[in-house]
Design a protein around this ligand. Structure first.
Ligand SMILES: [Zn+2]
Length: 130
């Protein structure tokens, strides 16, 4: 990272050490002060039907000022010590921000040529984006 910050809880410039689990997810909310909500998508096997269903879980993670991830960013999150009641993860890396957003509209434009209703399409898009 080029930017430096004075955040003690920054994994790069501060004294915070990371260990344990590593996740990649998408930032869903950046409204909190130096905290971000990250949503992770995964597929979960349903035994009864022998198929997979989409599942997601949300984690609140510390967002150091040198990274300053914003809503829509794909982000790498690592486990650390408990920083607050709900925060036990910290954002380590911004994987991509605007790149994904520019790619998706092109795919949507192709889909619009189909005959199906627009309302259903939007529902499907959101499912696929997950
Ligand atoms: Zn920093």
């Amino acid at each position: 990272m080029e930017k430096e910050c004075a955040d003690v809880k920054c994994p790069i410039h501060g004294s915070l050490s990371t260990r344990g689990q590593v996740f990649e997810g998408i930032v869903v909310s950046d409204k909190m002060q130096s905290t971000v909500v990250v949503e992770m998508k995964y597929s979960k096997k349903v035994r009864k039907y022998g198929r997979y269903m989409h599942a997601s879980s949300r984690i609140s993670a510390h967002n150091p000022p040198c990274i300053s991830a914003k809503t829509g960013d794909t982000v790498k999150v690592m486990e650390c010590r408990k920083l607050s009641k709900t925060v036990a993860f910290t954002v380590v890396e911004k994987m991509s921000g605007q790149e994904n957003k520019t790619e998706k509209p092109k795919k949507k434009a192709v889909k619009k040529s189909g005959k199906k209703k627009a309302v259903k399409k939007t529902a499907r898009k959101t499912l696929k984006e997950e």
